[in-house]
Structures are given as structure tokens and as C-alpha cells.
Design a protein. Sequence first.
Length: 249
Amino acid sequence: MGCTLFEILGCGTLFEHWFPDMDQTVTEMISTLGPMPMRWWDKWSAEAKSRSFNEDGSWKEGAFVRSLTDRLQTLASKNPSKEIEPLNCSDEEFASLEDLFKKMLTYKPAERATVSEVVASKWMQKWAIPSITEPSSPVNLDFLAERYRKKLARVAENEERRAAMRERRAEKDALRAEKKKIRVCEREELSDSELAQLELFKWNQKLQEEAELREVEGGRASGPDSLSQNPDHNSCTISNPPVPPQELR
């Protein structure tokens, strides 16, 4: 909840790196929130700690340290690309806001402020809520509304991109399914073609067998003399031939 509020009031996330890893994030958390519980510190690898800390737990010389107070000073910058401006509020409001963040950003979740406690906090009741409900309030949070509108626009744009990606993915899946179906049909057609060739071979073989059988039977009926006198004894006529397959390819 504290990280979300910081992102709404500021620009970007509270803990962010160009090339983040766990050790860098932990180091920045210690920089912003202060020392972590000792049992967590003891479990952290000595190699990771040695990059930024001395053996006694103090920061090494030249280490980049940004406290929570330093981070809060950037909240009023309406354009992060320009030079950071200090938070435009009274010392009392700033102290109340810093106190609220400290309660929301404690290391142990059980010790963090609840939603009810955040709403009932001094900063919410005295500055945040009146700035929204009272038009004459001296606190101007218009830039927050503008940032929120831009954020909604980015969310909508990202959703459109995701929808377009899902649509393209669905089209590709449909195309792959169609190609797969065509390949299956081609395999089936190949099987039918092979089957047709087999049927044709059987048909020709059957015709040949019947022709040979009729030739033999005709020779027995007329005898050797009739076969020698008949110049066409090698020819035969097949009566009532079997019907060939209906669909031969």
C-alpha cells in the first residue's frame, strides 16, 4: 500500500533499478527504510553485503544512499524529466506524510498500518481528504488527477496492445490448425490413392486368372486337334466379367 501511494504521488516505483536483482533491491530498501531486522541481516549473504556495507553494517564510503525523506522531496515534481523541485507543503504536512509512509513501509507486514489506520491518519484527515472534498482548499492536487488520467490512458493502451496480441495469436493458432488439417487430409488422400492402386492390381490379376482358366477349359473341351485347327485358340472371351470398383484413382 505504501509503494502504491508513493507511485501515485510521485513518478515511478519506490524501489526500481535498470537491471534489478534481489541484492540491489534489498540494498535500496535499507537505504530508504533503514536497517532491516537483525535475523534477516544475518541470513543475507556476506558477499552481497560487502558490496555496499562495512563489516559493522555501516555504509561504505561513496555508497549511494537515499533516505525516505530524500525520496519524499521528489513528490511535487510534475515533470520527472526536469530538475526535481522540493515538496511544496508546510513542515507539519511533510512530517505527517513522512510519518504515514514509515508506518506503511515497515519491514514486518504485521506491523504495517492497515487501510483504516491510513484513512484515519493525520495527513489524510487534515490535508489529503480536504484537498479533494473542499474546493477552496489551499492544497492543489490537480497534478495528481492529471497523472492518474495519464496512467489510466496508459493502462487502456496496454490493454489494447494485449488484445491485439491475443487476436494475432488466435489468428496464428487458427492458421496452424488449418495447415495441420490440410496435412491430415493429404495423408488420407495418399492412403486412398495407395488403396486404389491395390484394388486395380487385384482387378487386373483377377482378369488374368479368369482368362487363363477359360483358355484351359476351352482347350479341354475341343481337344488337341481342335486347338491346332483353330488359329484363334489363344484368344478368349470373358463372359459376365466382375464389376470393377466404383472409385478407382
